[in-house]
Design a protein around this ligand. Sequence first.
Ligand code: UDP
Length: 462
Amino acid sequence: MEFHGALVASPGMGHAVPILELGKRLLSHHGFDRVTVFLVTDDVSRSKSLIGKTLMKEEDPKFVIRFIQLDVSGQDLTGSLLTKLAEMMRRAIPHIRSAVIELEPKPSVFVVDLLGTEALAVAKELEITKKHVLVTTSAWFLALTVYMASLDKETLYKHLSSNGVLLIPGCSPVKFDRVQDPSNYVRELAESQRIGLEVLTADGVFVNTCHSLEPVTISSFLDPENLGRVMRGVPVHPVGPLVRSAEPDLKHEVLDWLDLQPKQSVVYVSFGSGGALTAEQTMELAYGLEMTGFRFVWVVRPPAEDDPSASMFDKTTNQTEPLDYLPYGFLDRTKDIGLVVRTWAPQEEILAHESTGGFVSHCGWNSVLESIVNGVPMIAWPLYSEQKMNAWLVSEELKIAARVDAGNGVVKKEEIVEVVKRVMDEEEGKKMRKNVKELKMKTAEEAVKQISTPQADYFTQY
Ligand code: UDP
């Protein structure tokens, strides 16, 4: 009988990328005969074009990608990105159910990311042998989610109302400043707690991380007295970094431009697939980049005033819109040192390019991993979701990034100049570069171990 895995990713490239990479890994190293990946999206053509651009070169009959189209728009959904995506996944459940029922042969393994844990009940109802969760962010965020679910609501709200710190057993505490919008606390926490409880109904949890990135948290998950207890026996497997490899032959104007620049001289600036800055912040960033005098590649998006994740649901951006939100004359003045790219750039290839010397990043977890596997130090500029936790991890713990302090206001051009210089120019930056190169080696060694040791054979028992 064919060994078939069904994988489901919630909307957003940050979920699609690691689920697709896991799918490839199951085929290449875990004895699967077939993998079907379902990508939930509100815009199939945009998802197809992003995935086509960055992820797939050729069709493979054993690796099937299907889209689950939802008829919603950003306006139709309310709250934070977490609550919006959780609501989308809730609406996707009947579609996931009917799509999985139709699969031939029936899958024996089901994997869904953290935002789609409601689908685990579908897998159970359909009697799929094993159900797993893939955490597409850090083990620390998994720790926060399952630990919050283990607390009663009152204790949790007390922490929040005092803007306190949550002490998670056996790993670093989390400060609640990551939750920006007080009007959404209750809904966000309710969704987080639900997800934390649903995770415990899985047969195992894969996390896109590895020991050298989060040694303390991973050890705590393996310790039955610490986070192991909170997991109630559900095993946690670090399987990362699951990142797409750079395509060596990819043709793109950015890569042509990078070919002409000196080694490690270029700052790459990108806020992921959903990040958007306000008009004022966009201006400050432009002036800041110009003032640094460093070469740069900047993936720009039209400004958004109220929602830093606005680009996630933006269907209107295209390659021809005017860049009139940039300072007057900016493109002209910087044409010899900078390249501005609208909306999307081949990030893996840019980070792998030897001219790239630093990465101004919103610290989405995939961007963090991609920066590490390419040995590029970061300027951490978190915007929403768990990005502040990721920024803390890379700056305070791993010491591979300098952090921008946005507070709740605007990051001024002078601060941008200072923080870019710290990474690109100063002694501190040299240390960060050394640290990230060491981490690159360690994660590469771990990635090899993950596919070659008996412990990595999660599926032989089925
Ligand atoms: N990405 C890309 N080009 C872009 C922006 C993003 O290839 O212009 C890719 C990036 O390499 C990463 C993913 O999209 O694999 C974004 O995931 P991440 O977790 O960093 O951020 P999110 O978009 O989920 O906020």
